[in-house]
Design a protein around this ligand. Structure first.
Ligand code: CP
Ligand code: NVA
Length: 306
């Protein structure tokens, strides 16, 4: 059966742990794994801008012995009204895996439903699961564990990062707290799904409106841009979300050794202050590097099971 990674809960808790263990091993032996020797090609398609995802997949596929086919403007491939299902059936006869950053989750679901090779979500409007693998790897490195830690995300609780933290964090057995104002709260269905996972892993999930209550004793404080790609209404969003800025005052409520995550790009002075982003608690550059190791492990794991 072809394994895809379209949302965080496509990996069971045991499988997620396996991928993260592999990521740690591959980070130690960076050029020692070459499953795409041939070279086999991996298609990496972008419908939205990207720095970290583009660089880490390009670099990682090369390090795995493969050939990255990076397509930055998917209209080059799909600009004539062809459905994702047809592109899947063209690509899967030639490439080892398909990685896609796009808009609606239904597009990547359709691609995966028709692909005999693994399809990987490199960010949709709904989820950003590759980022969460890198974040979990970073937390594991810094805190020595993921299960049982309190992970607080403050900001836009309705975006792809918040939803992926809920599912991926619950899968890892973390206590995930989302702090967001009314109108920016997580999707209730995803919150329920995450709660069901957490009930099995010993974690928990909760959506709050008070950022200080959410930060209390947290081991990790995470945030993300207040205006995701494709969204408008910046002024209104900034007004609603300003009380949810990650700054030194908020950090005072977290655990003394708490670390700060941001998937980047960051907007200093909005969702996070420069003092915090560029300060000693911030682990964002390790986090960005871990995209490389986590995605190499994911690709290796997926193709070896397909
Ligand atoms: N964090 C992240 O996905 O960065 P890019 O949008 O630059 O790929
Ligand atoms: N929520 C952000 C994440 C960027 C990596 C966005 O979708 O733009």
């Amino acid at each position: 059966m072809t394994r895809h990674f379209l949302r965080d809960d496509d990996l069971t808790p045991a499988e997620q742990a396996e991928v993260l263990d592999l990521a740690a091993a591959m980070k130690k032996d960076r050029f020692g794994y070459r499953p795409f020797e041939g070279p086999q090609t991996v298609a990496v398609l972008f419908d939205k801008p990207s720095a970290r995802t583009r660089v880490s997949f390009h670099t990682g596929i090369g390090e795995l012995g493969g050939l990255p086919l990076i397509v930055d403007n998917v209209s080059v491939l799909m600009g004539r009204g062809e459905p994702p299902a047809d592109l899947a059936r063209v690509l899967d006869r030639q490439v080892a895996a398909i990685v896609w950053r796009t808009t609606g989750q239904e597009l990547i679901d359709e691609m995966a439903a028709h692909s005999r090779v693994p399809v990987v979500n490199a960010l949709t409007d709904e989820f950003h699961p590759c980022q969460i693998l890198a974040d979990l790897q970073t937390v594991q490195e810094r805190l020595g564990r993921t299960a049982g830690i309190t992970f607080t995300y403050v900001g836009d609780g309705a975006n792809n990062m918040a939803h992926s933290y809920l599912l991926g964090g619950a899968t890892a057995g973390m206590h995930v707290r989302i702090a967001a104002p009314a109108g920016y709260q997580p999707d209730a269905v995803i919150l329920d799904q995450a709660a069901a996972i957490a009930a099995k892993t010993g974690g928990s999930v909760v959506a709050l409106t008070d950022p200080v209550a959410a930060a209390q004793g947290a081991h990790v404080i995470a945030t993300d841009t207040w205006v995701s790609m494709g969204q408008d209404g910046k002024e209104e969003r900034v007004t609603a979300l300003m009380p949810y800025q990650v700054n030194s005052e908020l950090l005072e409520h977290a655990a003394p050794d708490a670390v700060v995550l941001h998937c980047l790009p960051a907007y200093r002075g909005y969702e996070i202050t420069a003092e915090v982003l560029d300060g000693p608690r911030s682990v964002v550059w390790d986090q960005a590097e871990n995209r490389l190791h986590a995605q190499k492990a994911l690709l290796h794991w997926l193709v070896s099971r397909t």
